[in-house]
Ligand binder design. Structure first.
Ligand SMILES: Cc1cc2nc3c(=O)[nH]c(=O)nc-3n(C[C@H](O)[C@H](O)[C@H](O)COP(=O)(O)OP(=O)(O)OC[C@H]3O[C@@H](n4cnc5c(N)ncnc54)[C@H](O)[C@@H]3O)c2cc1C
Length: 385
């Protein structure tokens, strides 16, 4: 296994590193306080090609390896997980699902808009009463002549109030997981409303929304993939999406360690820098080990995608990476906050924001418990979900 990035991928990752340091890091406190990022950042993401990574050039994309995509997600996560989420959902979950499962008409209509940032996408699987168990979702799509009419509610939808297109999963029959179909729904159609969810612990700059669908009418040409094949499309997107969450976890943990290292070297107590105290070094050493382990697991998973590993086999390494990296992000940001003492608790330093933003990483795109169940299933061959 060779996880080293080739020259082109290194260039893409370097571009992301410079962009994050110059154009994201200086703004994160203001965006966190304002509870909104400056959405014009989408234009910069497009200029840098980050909204089209891995999408064919004919649709405005930038051909690149999945490892390069994961490296960019780590850098964006190091800057601000709210920004990483914009790309990860619009490109990683929506555009890539259209590229893999869409008709030529769907690809040529949506992909140039998504890769150019003219449109953002959102991914609507979760509902108020259906989270870890998406096979229980209740949003209905009813056939009416050549159209489909959708009714239901979606919850916690990233980019929900910003998106021009929603990839929605709706029940077309009562056959449990086999009765779910995917639809590409323009968000300006009558009956579609997005309500911003306020008061989040972290990711305050990101638009997270509850969606309401009341008699939303779309033609059959809006259906993505075959009837009843919605959940496999969602699970394929989420399996690869979890690598982005893992990469972002590594990024935020690295950001926290970088701040803690700088602070520990400068801060003096008991006549010397706190970095010289053994118990502070323990906090830093434990963090560095967890970050490196998480980064290697994440790179192995991304490398697996580039090797064309079958989804089921890939899911073991992906779940290991997502579980280890997201739990490390919470532990490391918390530990690094400790290094800053009282200064970790005020937003003169970003440790509080890093910890709050990290907290969601063990929850979305499959909780840590769900990752353990996937790992257990792959080890034993028995499904405990
Ligand atoms: C900020 C944010 C953004 C999000 N963005 C999106 C998005 O863009 N699109 C989207 O579709 N969803 C999104 N989500 C939803 C997210 O994926 C869900 O919150 C997550 O899947 C968990 O579902 P739930 O919240 O309903 O929790 P539940 O499924 O109700 O789980 C509650 C608890 O029970 C545990 N649990 C559940 N089942 C089992 C089991 N079988 N064994 C052991 N433990 C179990 C869970 O691990 C958890 O601890 C987002 C969530 C947040 C917070």
């Amino acid at each position: 296994m060779d996880f080293a990035l080739d020259e082109i991928d290194q260039e893409i990752a370097g571009l992301a590193r410079t962009f994050v340091d110059r154009e994201i890091v200086p703004h994160i406190r203001d965006w966190d306080r304002a509870e909104s990022v400056d959405i014009s950042i989408v234009g910069r993401l497009e200029e840098l090609g980050f909204l089209g990574l891995g999408i064919a050039e004919e649709y405005g994309g930038t051909p690149s390896s999945f490892q390069a995509y994961a490296a960019v997600m780590e850098e964006l996560g190091r800057g601000d997980n709210s920004i990483r989420g914009i790309v990860s959902v619009s490109l990683g979950l929506v555009a890539k699902s259209i590229a893999s499962h869409g008709t030529e008409e769907q690809r040529s209509h949506w992909l140039p808009r998504l890769t150019s940032g003219e449109a953002l996408g959102c991914f609507g699987l979760t509902e108020p009463d259906s989270g870890s168990d998406p096979g229980s979702l209740r949003t209905r799509a009813r056939r009416d002549g050549d159209d489909w009419v959708l009714d239901g509610e979606k919850m916690f939808i990233t980019n929900g109030t910003w998106a021009a297109v929603a990839l929605l999963f709706a029940r077309t029959s009562d056959e449990g997981g086999r009765g779910v179909t995917a639809f590409l729904v323009p968000t300006d159609v009558p009956g579609f409303t997005a309500r911003s969810i306020e008061g989040k612990l972290g990711l305050r700059g990101q638009a997270t929304a509850a969606l309401s669908l009341e008699g939303v009418r779309v033609p059959d040409s809006a259906r993505l993939g075959d009837l009843g094949r919605g959940l496999p499309i969602a699970l394929e997107a989420l399996t690869k999406g979890r690598i982005s969450v893992a990469a972002s976890s590594v990024g935020v943990a690295q950001a926290a360690l970088d701040v803690a290292l700088g602070y520990a070297t400068e801060r003096r107590q008991f006549g010397g820098p706190i970095a010289a105290k053994q118990l502070v070094q323990e906090l830093l050493a434990d963090s560095a080990v967890e970050i490196d382990a998480a980064r290697l697991l994440t790179r192995r998973a991304a490398w697996g995608v580039d090797q064309g590993t079958a989804l089921r086999a890939l899911s073991l390494h992906v779940s290991m990476a997502k579980l280890a990296a997201s739990e490390a992000a919470v532990a490391v940001t918390n530990r690094c906050l400790q290094v800053l003492g009282g200064y970790g608790f005020i937003d003169e330093f970003p440790l509080g924001k890093y910890l709050r933003d990290a907290r969601v990483l063990t929850l979305y795109e499959g909780t840590s418990q769900i990752q353990k169940l996937i790992i257990g299933r792959e080890l034993t061959g028995l499904n405990a979900m």
